[in-house]
Design a protein around this ligand. Structure first.
Ligand code: ATP
Ligand code: MG
Length: 399
């Protein structure tokens, strides 16, 4: 390998980084120290020609996650050279662009994991690329080292270049596996930096479903008061946890929990207008306090303005305030999540939190018994559906 004593030795770590993980970071650091490189530039691809990007993060999110992941290493940086381009990007074009800005003695070291190196001859203008940079191939679990050595020999003799092979610690981590884990509700902790894990959770990434969490989250963060928004996030997380315990769909539970109070802060006139528009039953308590209909109004708006057609989600949102007969498990989950989410604080909260994770029906009955005493004392009226809910829960448990 050429020795550029005066020039800079720059490592290039290209990847989709969807998301970036410890396999990438470990690889870059091993090569940086092992090959005495001055720095490593991470280049998230714009749109990789080899990858079909569905149920994945968008390029700006992949760039942001890469930025977060490398922030603690002063020798690492991230480039948006491919991110800012439209459409499919090719490594050869990126390297040409970078080379133009380098000094005559600077050298580029292109880091590739074994899987990527095996596919090198499918890259655009690879025979030119292979002479423009020093390729360093790294071992990767799941890829046969013999095949890798054979490939390196073949490339070296065919193109008259030298390719380094580096044996790095085996970390059987891949972005594909991380995405699948998220979709399957498995933990991804310790597979990638905490900051990236937090970013994924904040942006609802990699949930293999067709619900646009991000859109709803943005809408709620803009339209609700900060207290209500915090309560909505708490309800979403609690509903998700309850769904796991009670064998319900955690994604639907989280989404219904997130948007259950979508209409809670509407002005009285608007609420009255929607009560008419959605033909909501005018129970005496609704006539007295129209705001109580916010669950039913939210369900109407979800269908009308957000294209949500999942009946289970719509019903869970609809009945979260006063309940109804024959509620589904998902509806019961959202009903209780609303009551016990972390920002709630009242006398019997600990008991309700404990009960909700053991027996939803029991939790709903206990909560309503407590409420009844309070309501009687303060002269409030109950929605007629609440008694219907309680009666149907009691008859279910007697069967
Ligand atoms: P995906 O599963 O989506 O293909 P990935 O984990 O392979 O993702 P990429 O962004 O495709 O990640 O990889 C960028 C580069 O990092 C590639 O050269 C790849 O071979 C290498 N790489 C990724 N993970 C590892 C790992 N665990 N060990 C060694 N090299 C790795
Ligand atoms: Mg890959």
């Amino acid at each position: 390998m050429a020795n550029n004593s005066q020039g800079k030795r720059i490592g290039i770590m290209g990847g989709t980084f969807d998301p970036i993980h410890y396999g990438h970071l470990m690889l870059a650091e091993q090569i940086r120290t092992g090959f005495f490189l001055d720095e490593i530039v991470f280049i998230p691809v714009g749109r990789a020609p080899h990858k079909a990007l569905s149920d994945t993060a968008d390029k700006f999110q992949r760039y942001e996650m890469t930025k977060l992941a490398i922030s603690s290493n002063p020798h690492f940086s991230v480039s948006d050279i491919e991110i800012i381009k439209e459409g499919v990007t090719y490594t050869i074009d990126t390297i040409r662009e970078i080379k133009e800005k380098l000094g005559p003695n600077d050298a580029l070291y292109f880091i590739t994991g074994a899987d990527a190196l095996l596919l090198l001859e499918s890259w655009k203008d690879y025979s030119e690329l292979i002479k423009m940079v020093y390729f360093i191939g790294a071992t990767r679990p799941g890829i046969n080292n013999e095949a890798l050595t054979k490939k390196i020999n073949h490339l070296e003799t065919t193109y008259d270049v030298h390719i380094e092979l580096s044996y790095v610690p085996a970390l059987a981590i891949s972005s594909t596996d991380i995405r699948n884990r998220i979709d399957q509700e498995k933990s991804i902790r310790y597979l990638l930096p905490e900051s990236v894990e937090q970013y994924i959770s904040d942006h609802f990434l990699y949930k293999n479903h067709h619900i646009d969490f991000e859109k709803m989250n943005t809408y709620l963060s803009r339209t609700l008061s900060s207290k209500r928004y915090k309560h909505s996030l708490g309800t979403a997380i609690t509903a998700r946890k309850l769904a796991r315990i009670h064998n319900s769909d955690p994604v639907k539970a989280e989404f219904a929990g997130l948007c259950h109070d979508l209409a809670k802060e509407l002005k009285k006139e608007k609420m009255l207008k929607y009560i008419e528009q959605f033909s909501i039953y005018k129970d005496p308590c609704i006539l007295k306090q129209p705001n109580l209909a916010h669950g039913e109004v939210a369900a109407g708006l979800l269908a009308l303005q957000f294209d949500i057609s999942d009946e289970e989600i719509l019903n869970a949102v609809k009945w979260h305030t006063y309940g109804c007969e024959n509620m589904s498990t998902l509806s019961k989950i959202v009903y209780m999540a609303d009551i016990i989410e972390p920002s709630r604080d009242f006398e019997s909260i600990d008991e309700l939190r404990r009960l909700a994770f053991i027996d939803l029906d029991e939790a709903i009955i206990t909560f309503n018994e407590n409420c009844e005493i309070y309501m009687r004392r303060s002269g409030q009226v109950k929605h007629t559906y609440t008694d219907k809910m309680l009666a149907s829960i009691r008859s279910e448990s007697n069967q």
